[in-house]
Ligand binder design. Sequence first.
Ligand code: GSH
Length: 339
Amino acid sequence: MYLKRIVVFLCVSFLALGSTGLATTLEDVKARGVLNCGISEGVPGFSIPDSSGRWVGFDVDMARAVAAAVLKDGEKIKFVSLASKQKIVAVSSGQVDLTSRTTTWTLKRDAKQGVDFTTIVFYDGQGFMIPKAMGVTSAKDLDGASVCVTAGTTSELNVADFARANNIKFEIVVFDGKKEALNAYASGRCDVFTTDISQLAALRSTLAKPADHLILPEVLSKEPLSPLVRHGDNQWKDIVTWVTNGLIAAEEHGITKANVLKIKETSKNPVVQRMLGKSGDTGSYLGLDKDWMVRAIQTVGNYGEIYQRHFGPDTQLNIPRGINNLWTKGGQHYALPIR
Ligand SMILES: N[C@@H](CCC(=O)N[C@@H](CS)C(=O)NCC(=O)O)C(=O)O
């Protein structure tokens, strides 16, 4: 009798756990039918709601590619706006399935904070923005300046390192969110605003008179930005890694949003055939179907198309590809082999 009760108890507990905590992220996302993605508080170019409230931007497209590969629809995403200090814990706690939000890959975050990084999608570096009227042309001339910065960022740590290394003193003023930090700078509370240089360009464009502000030439740090996932679910990490890597591979092979279906049918290149599911079954290694990469590319285009759409010369930001170009064109992006 007792034994029977114990068996029933164990079975019920096991089933309960199975439906709550034991499912993999892939299973959870498929069952939910929606990808939960942590995103910024709004940075032009990277992620910002458009006039109809739909999120658009470079980081948004990286996440839509994952939704297209996994859920067969790049629109099946719920974006959760996160302040910088929330971005790690939102992933480690399972509040979101991934974060695609200007997050720098660092040792401590990777090893100690319950998250894993995937693909470096943007190589950035930290910089300083000042009002032109200050008349300063180098960060080393900023001794005694007050610096506005957002809490929970690498920016907060790097600015202190920079002061120490250059034997200068800053008054570092830390704000809970980016909005507060930027407003404080705009209203003259601080002499300097600091964050990743691409974000400085993006946020400068939102100020009342962008031309009155200067981004100083110094690059304080390396900020390799990557989508992140919860530590401990290797299959999910692989999915996000290989979808984002696949967008870079697509650019290497000249596969675009417009030509992907044609290339799938006509290409004789075995590498391309494997990537697009024409031969082999690379999707099955990830728990996905054969067309995982075709859908990702159809939805957002290749890496270069995404970059052009949000940072290219036709955009307000116009951030040169530079280090974010393909390795074959002098940049850092080098796709891993899909085989
Ligand atoms: N890459 C840095 C900083 C990135 C970052 O998120 N910066 C702040 C300050 S500008 C921010 O909140 N950005 C975007 C936003 O959510 O509005 C990091 O990973 O800590």
